[in-house]
Design a protein around this ligand. Structure first.
Ligand SMILES: Nc1ncnc2c1ncn2[C@@H]1O[C@H](COP(=O)(O)OP(=O)(O)OP(=O)(O)O)[C@@H](O)[C@H]1O
Length: 233
């Protein structure tokens, strides 16, 4: 059984339909990359999965349970951990407070998050609002891990960051894939970084699935046409 299974999802912002039938799956401890050009519907798909946006039709099942009628906090409690686009940490609270506020029982503790991101340990008492963009992203990932999710959803986790910080975050994501004991759904355009992590890729265009398969089978032609990047990018 898949950890997450989305079938034929449609969703809209008021009168504007954004998803026209999106399907994807994530295996337990597997990693799926969700790809597509700007505006393709990736964030909307994630919002619908996390119940931050109601869907119109289709099915969303997580660990065998339908999420269709659940509010966002109940879906989160089932084990969905979201690292949203734009990070969204509590700027006026310290790193440690941000982490402990999110905590739920399980293998992920503040100490383990600090092992994954040593910079957060060095800045435990610092206000989140004064962290660099990369450090805030690490904190956002740390906060999601502190909820002890079964599925971690990363929406553009490395966008707009300097190369060295990006490398640190990708290294942490690789560690999560191999040692984290959780499933991953990753939205990103860095196909070269995703290739050793994701087992599977789903490509969206204009709110529809246009390609789905093992990430290694993604051709340069498909990548250029539907993601706007080459497979080596
Ligand atoms: N709050 C909103 N109100 C109305 N339309 C929206 C809203 N948010 C997104 N959309 C529209 O829904 C479509 C899908 O947007 P979405 O943000 O899901 O794309 P995306 O693939 O995540 O893009 P990006 O890579 O730029 O984040 C787009 O046409 C977008 O303009």
């Amino acid at each position: 059984m898949k950890l997450l299974s989305v079938h034929d999802l449609t969703a809209a912002y008021g009168p504007v339909q954004a998803l026209f039938g999106v399907s994807l799956g994530v295996e337990a401890r597997g990693a799926t990359a969700l790809l597509g050009r700007n505006g393709a519907g990736k964030s909307t798909t994630i919002k619908a999965i996390c119940r931050l946006l109601p869907h119109r039709s289709g099915e969303i099942r997580f660990a065998g349970t339908s999420l269709a009628d659940l509010p966002a906090h109940r879906a989160a409690r089932l084990g969905l951990g979201l690292v949203p686009e734009g990070r969204r940490c509590f700027a006026g609270l310290s790193v440690a407070q941000n982490l402990t506020l999110a905590a739920r029982p399980g293998p992920w503790t503040e100490e383990r998050v600090r092992d994954l991101f040593p910079r957060l340990g060095e800045r435990r008492g610092q206000l989140a609002g004064t962290l660099s963009g990369g450090e805030q992203q690490m904190l956002a990932i740390g906060r999601a891990l502190m909820t002890n999710p079964r599925l971690l959803i990363l929406d553009e986790a490395t966008e707009g960051l300097a190369p060295l910080v990006r490398a640190e975050i990708w290294s942490a994501i690789r560690t999560l894939k191999h040692e984290g004991g959780l499933g991953l759904l990753i939205v990103d355009k860095s196909l070269r970084e995703l290739a050793p992590i994701a087992d599977h890729a789903v490509v969206l265009s204009r709110g529809c699935n246009v390609w789905d398969g093992p990430i290694g089978d993604l051709t340069d032609e498909i990548a250029h046409r539907h993601i706007g990047v080459g497979v080596e990018s």
